[in-house]
Design a protein around this ligand. Sequence first.
Ligand SMILES: *[C@@H]1O[C@H](CO)[C@@H](O)[C@H](O)[C@H]1NC(C)=O
Ligand SMILES: *[C@@H]1O[C@H](CO)[C@@H](O)[C@H](O)[C@H]1NC(C)=O
Ligand SMILES: *[C@@H]1O[C@H](CO)[C@@H](O)[C@H](O)[C@H]1NC(C)=O
Ligand SMILES: *[C@@H]1O[C@H](CO)[C@@H](O)[C@H](O)[C@H]1NC(C)=O
Ligand SMILES: *[C@@H]1O[C@H](CO)[C@@H](O)[C@H](O)[C@H]1NC(C)=O
Ligand SMILES: *[C@@H]1O[C@H](CO)[C@@H](O)[C@H](O)[C@H]1NC(C)=O
Ligand SMILES: *[C@@H]1O[C@H](CO)[C@@H](O)[C@H](O)[C@H]1NC(C)=O
Ligand SMILES: *[C@@H]1O[C@H](CO)[C@@H](O)[C@H](O)[C@H]1NC(C)=O
Ligand SMILES: *[C@@H]1O[C@H](CO)[C@@H](O)[C@H](O)[C@H]1NC(C)=O
Length: 486
Amino acid sequence: MHHREIPLTLLILMFISTSEEICISRHHITAVEGEPFYLKCCPSSSEHKNKTTTIKWYKNESHGPTELRSGGSPRIILHDYVLEFWPVEMDDSGSYSCRMGNDTQAWKLNVIRRSKNSCFTEKQVISKVVEVKKTLQVPCENNYFQNLANRTSLYKDCEKIDFNFNLNLKKIAEFKDGGYYTCVFFLHHAGKLFNVTKTFNITIIGDHSSIIPALLGPKLTQVKVELGKDTQLNCSALLNEKDVVYWNTWRENGSDPNVHEEEGTRIRTPDGKWLASKTLRIENVNEKNLNFLYNCTVASKGGTDTKSFILLRKEDMADIPGHVFTRGMIVAALISVSIVCLVIMGVIYRVDLALFYRHFTGRDETLTAVVDEIHSLIEKSRRLIIVLSKSYMSNEVRYELESGLHEALVERKIKIILIEFTPVGDFTFLPQSLKLLKSHRVLKWKAEKSLSYNSRFWKNLRYLMPAKTVKPCGDESEVLPVLSQA
Ligand SMILES: *[C@@H]1O[C@H](CO)[C@@H](O)[C@H](O)[C@H]1NC(C)=O
Ligand SMILES: *[C@@H]1O[C@H](CO)[C@@H](O)[C@H](O)[C@H]1NC(C)=O
Ligand SMILES: *[C@@H]1O[C@H](CO)[C@@H](O)[C@H](O)[C@H]1NC(C)=O
Ligand SMILES: *[C@@H]1O[C@H](CO)[C@@H](O)[C@H](O)[C@H]1NC(C)=O
Ligand SMILES: *[C@@H]1O[C@H](CO)[C@@H](O)[C@H](O)[C@H]1NC(C)=O
Ligand SMILES: *[C@@H]1O[C@H](CO)[C@@H](O)[C@H](O)[C@H]1NC(C)=O
Ligand SMILES: *[C@@H]1O[C@H](CO)[C@@H](O)[C@H](O)[C@H]1NC(C)=O
Ligand SMILES: *[C@@H]1O[C@H](CO)[C@@H](O)[C@H](O)[C@H]1NC(C)=O
Ligand SMILES: *[C@@H]1O[C@H](CO)[C@@H](O)[C@H](O)[C@H]1NC(C)=O
């Protein structure tokens, strides 16, 4: 017996809890025209037990309540506890009631116009105040339409933002996060696309903890002035929202007429405090303004802090004594002369210095990375002779080959001569560009036949090389540099 009762009780409890989540118990309800909208009556517990109870919906017209029936309007759908509008329109404003047995629940519905030039309707925003550095959460939820929504988007001040946190934007609040957050649920119904919006007006406020305000800069500031000129004293302080900064310029005989306190400025710092500045303008500085303490004070609940400014005549400022100045100039001049001498010596004796360096370090000061060398050699060349040979292959050769090819093909400075010592087909790594080389630039090495200096091979090679001005004999290595290497 007991076994059967338990599931039934659970079922009822679950039904009550879910239905109470989304039924509408508020009396005054606002909806935005053009959006899907629903009313759901909250069943009284006695009605649950009576499965046969029928639910009737009424709209209160001027002549009295009219019962709403399914099929009366394609926009209005009734099912049991729920009355749906697809979508709700301005005409739908009025009183609605739902009758369950002897129980009646009534609402006053106010349909408001949709904002034409905004993604949300200002009268329909939920205000939230979040303290800076605390958690900011934008709960994009609609407990009735959410499950029907095919897509949900979030907009901040009507600009779409990406968010992926299970429809909940959650972050540490910064001041720049303040604004209007609009969740838009897109739904398909009867072949049409609808959207339901929910907008939060989020205001970020500074934290309530207060700081001890502090004036920036030293306790006493000396300002050099020229009599007859204007000057400005700038006083800045880091303070709480309610704290004040002011200048104290009073003296026994009243304030000087040429001293004016300017309107201050205040900017909010990222951590919610304020940076306040106030300037004191002194026009046409006279003797009376000198050697007087102009005080700037910041006052807060916790106490005050003061700093002083004093105006000093420019000539009064301690000068560098004459003899110190002269000595300084002489030392400076001597140092400059020695540097110039050293540079000149360096230029004149650079060869000796380099040899001296090599003698002691045993290193060549001109030696850098192999790559640089290859590059500079290639830059000086007019022809690139590539000898394809299997036994001569290393990374350096490959680099040489590739950078030479770059010069030849991209910068078009050098011409390529390809000597096939080994047939091209035997290589796997060859750059594609080599295979496209014009055939007269490819010379095949034919073992015995090519050996003779008068052979076709050498003639072709000399033909492909740039013409050389004939030099007096005796300098053979100059005449045939490539041949001797090959
Ligand atoms: C939502 O639907 C309304 C029409 O009901 C349309 O004017 C508006 O542009 C839609 N909003 C979005 C974000 O698509
Ligand atoms: C259930 O509802 C019907 C019709 O509305 C009514 O006749 C009956 O008395 C109700 N029973 C209970 C237990 O409320
Ligand atoms: C319906 O309207 C009449 C008169 O307009 C009013 O007296 C009555 O209280 C209304 N009923 C509801 C449920 O709003
Ligand atoms: C409804 O009201 C009538 C009389 O007003 C009463 O006899 C009946 O028991 C009530 N039914 C329920 C379910 O409360
Ligand atoms: C949003 O919040 C700010 C600050 O609380 C308020 O000044 C503003 O009027 C609010 N906007 C709307 C549309 O309620
Ligand atoms: C939208 O979602 C509903 C159920 O969530 C589904 O039946 C419908 O086919 C979807 N429509 C589109 C266009 O994706
Ligand atoms: C005064 O000093 C503050 C902080 O150094 C600065 O932000 C501000 O612009 C200054 N105001 C004037 C008028 O110089
Ligand atoms: C104040 O004014 C009186 C008379 O006008 C003058 O004698 C005195 O020196 C002034 N005191 C100061 C501090 O300027
Ligand atoms: C400015 O402050 C100093 C020291 O804090 C004080 O001696 C002086 O009287 C103050 N001057 C004015 C004009 O308040």
